[in-house]
Design a protein around this ligand. Structure first.
Ligand code: NDP
Ligand code: OXD
Length: 302
């Protein structure tokens, strides 16, 4: 039995120390396993394309919260995929989402634009109760964001594939009805074949006039050009932490659109020590015959 770590060496050194403390009986290899057939567990952002050298691999742990960088169809069927669930990811996501929602609710893009022009001009403040937040994706991140927004008084709704129930949140599965009641749309969906390009012309057309977008999921959920068209057709502003393409090229017009704030995919960053603790907990669960926390459903893609 062994673990093979295939991500950044600095992060790997933190994992190596944590494994030596917590699972001293389990050989831990950084970057290369002397005996690939002994590898049961792999930690990676993306695994090697050809896994045939690792016939006894049981689980691949993603070093990130998403698993869309894996080609799930190419992995051997018996290999489980585990997403990163260290608690700092949700804490940081909450900070980013609250900052973005308040910025758009309080017209920060317009005030930044006025400031660049030296223009002192007040806009009317809208009550939070009159602003309807809608979160696409009611997983651990969508739920944490909706909880954190509760004290501000916004009307809150969420959209997911299966029916959910969350206190104070209108949980919906009907996308049309959800969009029609959403003034600030937050995307926190995983990237799958069903969600690729979901932020498209048709979706933006179904939002009320003057709505805003906060995109925190994955860049490829945004159809290229659709945001620019939506901004011309009545979408008020957008905060993008993820873009399509990503990274956003320096000459891309969205960088210079005063209605848009772009951050370079920094909403959450995995802490190495807490990430190692999550992987160790997963290996312990697997060795005890239980599912590792964060084990995804490969058929669903998340
Ligand atoms: P979860 O797997 O916990 O939750 C996913 C949610 O999305 C579930 O509610 C699920 O519905 C819903 N969903 C999935 N597919 C569909 C669909 N086709 N239609 C409707 N709803 C759907 O994910 P997390 O909350 O942990 O993370 C979400 C994503 O956030 C990650 O996959 C990643 O891409 C992104 N992320 C971005 C970061 C950044 O720095 N910008 C950092 C971390 C994550 P159901 O409840 O029915 O299963
Ligand atoms: C992740 C991310 O998936 O940073 O961890 O988006």
């Amino acid at each position: 039995m062994a673990v093979l770590f295939l991500s950044e060496p600095a992060r790997g050194a933190v994992f190596e120390r944590a494994f030596a403390d917590a699972l001293p009986d389990l050989p831990f290899h950084l970057g290369h396993a002397p005996d690939p057939a002994a590898v049961d567990y792999m930690v990676a952002w993306t695994p090697p394309a050809d896994l045939s050298a690792y016939p006894n691999l049981r689980l691949i742990f993603s070093v990130g919260a998403g698993v869309d960088q894996f080609d799930l169809t190419a992995l051997p069927p018996q290999v489980g995929v585990v997403r990163m669930l260290e608690p700092g990811i949700a804490r940081q996501m909450v900070q980013m989402a609250v900052m973005a929602v308040l910025a758009l609710h309080r017209d920060l893009p317009a005030y930044l634009d006025q400031a660049r022009q030296g223009r002192w001009q007040a806009r009317a403040n809208r009550p939070a109760e009159a602003t309807r937040i809608g979160v696409m994706g009611l997983g651990q991140l969508g739920q944490a964001v909706l909880d954190a927004l509760a004290p501000f008084g916004f009307a809150r709704a969420g959209w997911s594939r299966s029916p959910r129930s969350l206190p104070g949140v209108d949980c919906m599965t009907d996308l049309d009805a959800f969009l029609a009641r959403t003034d600030i749309l937050i995307c926190l969906l995983p990237l799958t074949e069903q969600t690729r390009g979901i932020l498209n012309d048709d979706l933006f057309a179904r939002l009320p006039d003057g709505a805003h977008l906060v995109h925190l999921g994955r860049g490829a959920q945004l159809e290229p050009g659709a945001l620019e068209r939506a901004l011309d057709a009545g979408l008020a502003s957008a905060w993008l932490d993820v873009t399509n393409p990503e990274p956003l090229p320096a000459d891309h017009p969205l960088w210079r659109d005063p209605r848009v704030i772009v951050t370079p995919h920094v909403a959450s960053q995995t802490d190495a020590a807490d990430g190692a603790a999550h992987v160790i907990a997963g290996i312990r669960a697997d060795r005890a015959g239980r599912d590792a926390p964060g084990l995804i459903d490969r058929g669903r893609g998340y």
